[in-house]
Design a protein around this ligand. Structure first.
Ligand code: 13P
Length: 249
């Protein structure tokens, strides 16, 4: 059985005060780790403060980005070992904003993925097609190519023990969600690409997940949880979404 996960990507939002407040609200109300693991991804500068707030709770910490390099003269970068050192367990790799805004290629994403695993972090590999690619019927091919680039470097078994998040670019922050059927279609193609080794790999859906649409998305057979952006910034909304994941059969 794939482990259900509910992940909140806070992106570049908030202040130290609001980050600590949000972590505290989640920590007070989330105690159901048996059915789903909750992970929050605060801005890097607030990781330590949020970690302190989450100590003693069932919520774990993730980072939004890491360097592919292990150490050295890389001004402004943060290594996988540093993230592990301060208590991160997960890290996002290949988020579409990193790919589109910061020019991360499939091969950079693959290097970051391997760097994360070497440090003992679990990477959440984000994949997804643009609107134009969907309109040109290239969705499955694009997503398969993004995953294949990581398999080429890291190996299939290492990809299968990570987490993959399907986030169609056209659904991120737009209020437009993939329909449960559209999402399931891509998730099942990902599952098929991974083969036997990936039958228990956790596959997340991301892209305008909200309390109103979470249940139907999470009830799809190959969707094992969500990677939530905007709706993870409000404790009640995120808890509501998380609750819907725990209520799945
Ligand atoms: P939204 O939920 O705001 O669409 O963001 C999704 C996302 O990018 C999570 O990583």
């Amino acid at each position: 059985m794939a482990k259900p996960l509910i992940a909140g990507n806070w992106k570049m939002h908030g202040t130290a005060e609001s980050a600590i407040h949000l972590a505290s609200q989640l920590g007070q109300h989330w105690n159901d780790q048996s059915k789903a693991q909750m992970i929050v991804f605060p801005p890097a500068i607030y990781l330590t403060a949020v970690k302190a707030e989450l100590d003693g709770t069932n919520i774990v910490l993730g980072a939004q980005n890491l360097s592919q390099h292990s150490a050295g003269a890389f001004t402004g970068e943060i290594s996988a070992d540093m993230l592990a050192d301060i208590g991160c367990e997960y890290v996002l790799v290949g988020h579409s904003e990193r790919r589109a805004v910061f020019g991360e290629s499939n091969s950079t994403v693959a290097e970051k993925f391997s760097a994360a695993q070497r440090a003992g972090l679990t990477p959440i590999l984000c994949v997804g097609e643009s609107l134009q690619q969907r309109q040109q019927d290239q969705t499955i091919e694009v997503v398969a190519g993004q995953i294949a680039a990581v398999i080429d470097l890291a190996g299939l078994d290492n990809v299968c023990r990570a987490v993959i998040a399907y986030e169609p670019v056209w659904a991120i922050g737009t209020g437009e969600t993939a329909s449960p059927e559209q999402a399931q279609q891509v998730h099942s193609a990902i599952r098929a690409q991974l083969g036997d080794a990936g039958k228990d790999t956790t596959l997340l859906y991301g892209g305008s997940v909200k309390a109103e649409n979470a249940d139907k998305l999470f009830s799809q057979p190959d969707i094992n949880g969500g990677l939530v952006g905007g709706a993870s910034l409000e404790a009640n909304d995120f808890l509501n979404i998380a609750q819907q994941l725990t209520e799945q059969e």
